[in-house]
Design a protein around this ligand. Structure first.
Ligand code: HEM
Length: 457
């Protein structure tokens, strides 16, 4: 109890500070939840934080009370950087709703088939890059999400690893790391525990750094959008989400406000898609290197079904249960954003007898949910078989915590699902995975725990 308010249990800031060691906050929160329970509270000094560690608690609040729990905390650093237009950081209000609707138009389940030929075509190009230069595999796979997204959203064909548009977008996305460092609202993977505390007002140097980022962030939205408009003006526009939105009925008037909305929505899609998809693909490769028996079993499944005649396609998906299981296990074993993107509650609330004040930042600890021992026995082990029934068929467990929660659940999830699945299936069909060797022919070891900090992002 604090000031007569029955907040959920949790450490005091002092205890927190003493225990904080540089590391992975998602692991630390998961450990703390064993002591304090699935609804854990602490006062960061700048605001209340509640960490939800079970699917039940996340469902109860983010799904069942979504009217209250779908906002985002204010972040002055992100605002200074000029990220205040991006859907991911918008409060639960009209601007967010309008952007969400547009993304839904292009990326909802029923619309997703139209992107499949593009996804497979780009994937084949990338597999060729990997084949030509296996030592550069990470960079090639990194290009995959960028080139699929740029094509689908802007009708723009990425030229290669040094592509200008990709460089602009990547430079902007990088500024988010600075934002995390100085405020902590985002859940990035490699940053220090205490940086997750909410915004303290930035001092002079961080303010300057944030302001320097603003033109970079603006370019990310402006440059590719200008390209689409130019293509349309020249009568050369290829089908893409931006041109669909520009031409669609509701936006024909072409007012500045409507255009800005489309520009911002399309830019945010790139931001949401790039690192998350790439991380998941690189974690898949890590899993295959560490678990060659799983790779062998997957390859046997593909060979016996396709007989080496062609690459897998989306129509084959129901016939490849072990690939399905690998896909799901990768997203469980290494969810790309282990603490999701924190939600904020817009009014005072009481849950399980605990008081949750208006404005509280709520972190859905995806890492903890994917480590639920009852649901996923031996959770740290990469074990695709957990998604199969006794006959070796997919067991129908479609829950993927990695997408986040409620009305904020990742709107790109069907798109990401298709890209990551196809990459897994096609890569297994054509490659073997092994440890890299040093100059003496010795395998270079990979640490599956450290990799969260070093492999990606
Ligand atoms: C494996 C890949 C991906 C993962 C694991 C992932 C995960 C997430 C998570 C955890 C959130 C926050 C959900 C919440 O607030 O509870 C999110 C939001 C978002 N994602 Fe994804 N994502 C992935 C790929 C994509 C792709 C491919 C796109 C676009 C094509 C995308 C677009 C977005 C957007 C726009 C948001 C913000 C939604 C909002 O705030 O309302 N994501 N994603």
């Amino acid at each position: 109890k604090s000031h007569g308010r029955n907040y959920p249990p949790g450490p005091t800031l002092k205890q927190f500070g003493n225990n904080a060691i540089p590391g992975k906050p998602w692991v630390q929160y998961t450990e703390l939840a064993k002591k304090y329970g699935p609804i854990m509270h602490f006062d960061s000094g700048g605001g209340h934080i509640v960490v939800l560690s079970t699917e039940q608690a996340a469902n109860d609040l983010f799904e069942k009370r979504s009217r209250l729990y779908s906002s985002r905390s204010q972040n002055p650093v992100l605002d200074l950087m000029g990220w205040d237009w991006a859907i991911t950081f918008l409060p639960y209000a009209d601007e967010w709703r309008a952007q969400r609707r547009m993304i839904h138009q292009g990326l909802r389940l029923e619309a997703i088939k139209q992107h499949q030929p593009l996804q497979l075509r780009k994937l084949q190009e990338i597999l060729q890059y990997v084949l030509d230069d296996p030592s550069n595999f990470a960079q090639s796979y990194r290009m995959l999400s960028a080139s699929i997204t740029m094509q689908a959203v802007y009708g723009y064909t990425v030229e290669g690893p040094d592509d200008r548009f990709v460089a602009i977008a990547e430079e902007a996305v990088k500024t988010l790391e600075t934002a995390v460092m100085y405020s902590g609202v985002l859940a990035s993977r490699s940053l220090h525990f205490l940086r997750y505390l909410p915004a303290w007002f930035p001092g002079a140097s961080s303010r300057r750094m944030a302001e320097d980022a603003a033109p970079v962030v603006r370019r990310m939205a402006d440059v590719p959008f200008a390209f689409v408009k130019d293509q349309i003006a020249q009568g050369k526009s290829s089908a893409c989400l931006a041109s669909d939105l520009l031409e669609s009925h509701r936006f024909r008037q072409g007012t500045e406000v409507e255009e800005a909305l489309i520009k911002h929505t399309t830019a945010a899609i790139y931001g949401g898609a790039a690192d998350t998809t790439t991380s998941s693909i690189l974690f898949f490769i890590l899993a295959m290197i560490l678990h060659p028996h799983a790779a062998k079993r997957a390859q046997a499944e593909i060979d016996s079904f396709l007989r080496g005649v062609r690459l897998p396609t989306f129509e084959d998906r129901p016939h490849l249960p072990y690939i399905e299981a690998i896909f799901r296990e990768v997203l469980r074993w290494r969810p790309a954003i282990p603490l999701g993107v924190p939600h904020a509650v817009i009014d005072d609330d009481v849950y399980e007898g605990y008081f949750i004040p208006k404005g509280t930042t709520l972190i859905g600890n995806i890492w903890a949910m994917t480590r639920d021992n009852n649901r996923y026995p031996d959770p740290e082990t990469f074990k695709p078989e957990r998604y199969l029934d006794t006959q070796g068929k997919f067991n129908g467990d479609t829950v993927i915590h990695a997408w986040g929660f409620g009305r904020r659940i990742c709107p790109g999830r069907y798109f990401a699902d298709a890209t990551v699945w196809a990459t897994i299936a096609c890569s297994l069909a054509v490659f073997d995975f092994a440890f890299a060797k040093d100059e003496n022919g010795q395998e270079i070891p990979v640490n599956a725990d450290d990799v969260t900090d070093t492999l990606v992002v």
